[in-house]
Design a protein around this ligand. Structure first.
Ligand code: NDP
Length: 303
């Protein structure tokens, strides 16, 4: 069985392939073409250990850890391993470091949501949070919209300032960053709402990426009263504090919008509540595995 360390995954995973692959797998998921049980999560020593299997065109499992306290160490807060199998024979094919796939597939899914739901002329982006996901979204979202202004806010302002200088964007106060923004990304480990609905410009689109626990929030009830799109109804019902505690009923899965079975009027203020799904990890891991075959990267010559 082949092993893919993070450097090899980074060489092989291309944004140009990842965004269309996420679009396709989300549409297939909502059309019932994949099996994916609810993520199993064990709470452990202040962290979480998630087990995420999926089977469809490809088959595999991600084992992911989320340790918010790692910000005080050199380790990232999210780390993962993905095992890929051949769905036709059951043969184990590869074991991959899943940290970078988790980082990039999440932002690629937000790019797909933004492309489907944000105004075509959206040109102001606000990033709330200045960690791994904020950076991945900064890289990914310009693939689907042309932003003239990008803003960042962080609960520790010096970190936002540093992030802004590094990427030549603007660090701003929370409310000022959100007001007039066309696309907002909430990518924090917040447990209480940080984004208020009253600040949202009509027609804005929010990618709500954090708050993946049933009792955690990033968005207040006002924000959640807009049209809410989720990655999976089952995941949202069980894991999304923003959905569960606000009591809203999601309008659609993103895949239903993509495959045309549900439609959102243009000009609607939309919230994409992302939790992350195993189908995304498995489809992204298969892209990496296939790219190794196509390019010969890391393979003995002749294979
Ligand atoms: P990082 O640890 O890299 O970044 C976390 C960010 O949240 C930092 O900017 C941190 O600021 C900030 N933060 C921490 N605590 C708070 C708080 N109480 N209030 C406001 N901001 C806070 O994590 P990631 O960027 O990898 O992940 C961000 C979020 O996205 C997490 O909730 C994570 O679980 C979620 N996620 C979701 C995925 C999905 O598929 N939907 C996939 C991967 C992650 P500072 O460092 O200054 O404390």
């Amino acid at each position: 069985m082949e092993y893919f360390e993070e450097e090899r995954v980074r060489r092989l995973l291309r944004i140009e392939d990842l965004i269309p692959a996420m679009r396709q797998v989300l549409a297939e998921f909502s059309a019932g073409k994949w099996q994916q049980p609810l993520r199993g999560v064990l709470a452990q020593h202040g962290g979480f250990f998630g087990v995420m299997p999926a089977s469809g065109d490809s088959m595999g499992i991600k084992m992911v850890t989320f340790y918010p306290g790692n910000t005080k160490t050199k380790l990232p807060t999210h780390m993962a391993v993905i095992a890929l199998f051949d769905p036709a024979t059951g043969e184990p094919l590869a074991l991959m470091d899943g940290r970078y796939i988790t980082e990039m597939r999440t932002a690629a899914v937000s790019a797909v949501a933004t492309d489907a739901l944000a105004a075509p002329d959206a040109n102001v982006l606000a990033l709330l949070g200045a960690g791994v996901q904020a950076h991945a979204h900064l890289v990914m979202l310009p693939h689907v919209r042309r932003f003239d202004e990008i803003r960042v806010w962080n609960h520790h302002p010096e970190k936002a300032q540093h992030f802004a200088e590094q990427h030549r964007i603007k660090a701003m106060d929370l409310e000022a960053a959100v007001r007039d923004a066309d696309v907002i990304v909430t990518a924090t480990s917040a447990r209480e709402p940080i984004l208020k609905g009253e600040w949202l410009k009509p027609g804005a689109h929010v990618n709500a990426v954090g708050a993946s626990r049933p009792d955690w929030r990033e968005l207040d009830d006002d924000a959640m009263r807009n049209v809410v799109i989720v990655d999976s109804y089952e995941g949202a019902r069980n894991e999304a504090g923003d959905v569960i505690l606000s009591g809203v009923t999601p309008f659609a899965e993103l895949g239903e919008i993509l495959n045309g079975s549900k439609r959102v009027e243009s000009g609607t203020t939309t919230i994409f509540k992302s939790l992350g799904m195993a189908v995304e990890d498995v489809a992204a891991a298969k892209l990496v595995y296939d790219a190794a075959r196509r390019t010969g990267d890391g393979l003995p010559s002749g294979r």
